[in-house]
Design a binder for this molecule. Sequence first.
Ligand SMILES: [Zn+2]
Length: 317
Amino acid sequence: MVVRCGALARFGMLLDVGRFVQNTGRMTFWMALFVLAVFLAALSRPVFSFSEHISGAAPGTTLAGQSPSQSSPQGSAAPAAQQAPPSQATPPPTSPTTPGAATQTPPTPPRAGLNIVVLDPAHGGTDLGARGTGGIHESDIVLEFAAQVRTALESQGFQVLQTRQANANPSFDDRSAMANAQRGAIFVTLHIASTGTPGTARVYVMNDMAPAADATGLIPWDRAQAPFVSLSRKLGDQVQSLLAQRFKGSPASAQTASVRQLRTTAAPAIAVEVSSVTVEDRAQLDHMAPGVADAIARGAAVFRPSYVVPTNPGERP
Ligand SMILES: [Zn+2]
């Protein structure tokens, strides 16, 4: 029994050694296969650069920028594709004061819908605007109208920016610049006329302007409205038709006039003028405010789908 047991034990040992050799062989085989797989994977993607994972630098570029041979003078139309994409920390240079100049900027995020209205209570500060016999000042009344117009626009889902909140008097250019700095906004300037039948309201848009761009492709500041004239008319007609329903004696469609504030505005832009400061009792004007506010807000809402918002601030439609 002992011998047999010893023989069995030896046999068992041999079996164990055999299994060990067999297992080691399998391990070696799988390890070799793994190494081969890693090698093949490396071959299929020969370049791995950490620069692809920092600051959005494209492969082959350095964070320091281009070599001197690639640099170009400021302001020239260097192809953006040859340069490293801009990082988040340095937004593309845009100039809201030069409509059309923004076409040189690299691609920006997807187009947003028309959602901003720049609301301009005209005059203000030392500029009182039209004055009625009863001490009524246009600059005061438009500010009060603006508050109601703002509420009506916000209830239609618009974000409203006001060119003035109080008795200040920003320049024409400052007011236009607020609209021109937005990526797609409409501009509404509010006035109270010294003429016209009391209880009526009119919308004015710029008359047709000469072709906008000069030889450089830039639109001069004082013709910023040129590319937007037809859109302005569309917006103006919408608002005017709603005003006409509300205030009998008002025109059926928008009228054209050379309005200084509209000329420098690179956005669909209208002037809304309410008659008039000559009323005996200013309550007559106050009663018109809700109707004017509603017409502007609903007109803007109807106009919204017909305006494809430009990609860059100040860009032509
Ligand atoms: Zn005015």
